[in-house]
Ligand binder design. Structure first.
Ligand code: GLU
Length: 281
């Protein structure tokens, strides 16, 4: 089996040292076994992604010494595949439309009888306000949610996965998946585009990814991805979640930390070897 991995940035800001580490690690791991390294531009959030950041992403990655196969998969070009996956899960009776705003959800979970609101990988765990709605009644202004309880009931076992990175695979029980992750959004209300969990699963399968190498901030989303793969009949890759690059105060880097942008280090005369050294490669 050929090892195929990918780096999947969202062009919503400049690449920083954390991205450089992720991309270089995936590239190095692929090269070590004569595997393939692919790039994917995760640009479904049209309001935050810009052509300038996308161009800067290619430029920074090439400067770091990375090469990748073309054409590059851009999520904004592949929406039909996400729609097909939504139709598939909808036909299985596992989805429902949801018109809740963030405010609706906040208010519902902070009602006194609800106890302490639970935080899942996507923020507040959805309290199920729209769960009674029929899939057929979906309108243009609705988001799409997975009915987690129904999805789990449609499977004999909870799907498992192999993790080779910095912490063991998460083995969540049915109750944990229902109560701590809940009915995740698969298509968004604001942009009417596929949400992250769905697009990443559809694309990893379309690109034949055998090894997902990404930061450990995404480890908690992996049980959702593996569940979606199983429901959609797609293969589950091996996962390798790596340590995060942190600033001097121990906080993980975010795109808004422009001070750590690769572009700034470049402008100051750093070399790709300096960047490798800075991230411990
Ligand atoms: N697009 C995601 C990000 O920039 C990464 C998705 C993934 O690697 O699964 O954080």
């Amino acid at each position: 089996m050929t090892f195929i991995t990918r780096f999947a940035p969202s062009p919503t800001g400049p690449l920083h040292l954390g991205h450089a580490y992720s991309a270089l690690l995936a590239f190095d791991m692929a090269r070590a076994v004569q595997g393939r390294f692919l790039l994917r531009i995760e640009d479904t959030d049209a309001a935050r992604c810009t052509p300038a950041f996308e161009a800067q992403t290619y430029d920074d990655l090439a400067w770091l010494g990375l090469t990748w196969e073309t054409p590059v998969l851009r999520q904004s070009d592949t929406t039909a595949a996400y729609d097909a996956a939504i139709t598939q899960l909808g036909d299985m009776g596992l989805l429902y439309p949801c018109s809740c705003t963030r405010g609706d959800i906040r208010r519902a979970v902070s009602a006194p009888q609800e106890g302490t609101p639970l935080l899942g990988p996507d923020g507040l765990v959805y309290p199920g306000i729209c769960r009674h709605r029929a899939w057929q009644d979906r309108t243009d202004t609705d988001a799409v949610r997975l009915n987690m309880a129904k999805a789990l009931n449609s499977l004999e076992d909870i799907p498992q996965y192999i993790e080779t990175g910095c912490h063991p695979a998460l083995r969540l029980t049915r109750a944990q998946l229902e109560q701590e992750i809940g009915d995740v959004v698969l298509a968004r209300r604001d942009t009417k585009t596929a949400a992250y969990h769905l697009s990443v699963v559809v694309d990893d399968a379309a690109q034949g990814i055998t090894h997902v190498i990404r930061g450990e901030d995404l480890a908690s989303a992996t049980p959702i991805h593996v569940l979606l793969q199983t429901l959609l009949g797609l293969p589950t890759p091996i996962y390798h979640h790596h340590r995060l690059i942190r600033d001097a105060a121990g906080k993980r880097l975010a795109k808004r930390d422009d001070a750590r942008a690769i572009a700034l280090y470049r402008a100051e005369g750093a070399t790709p070897a300096d960047i490798r050294a800075m991230v411990g490669l």
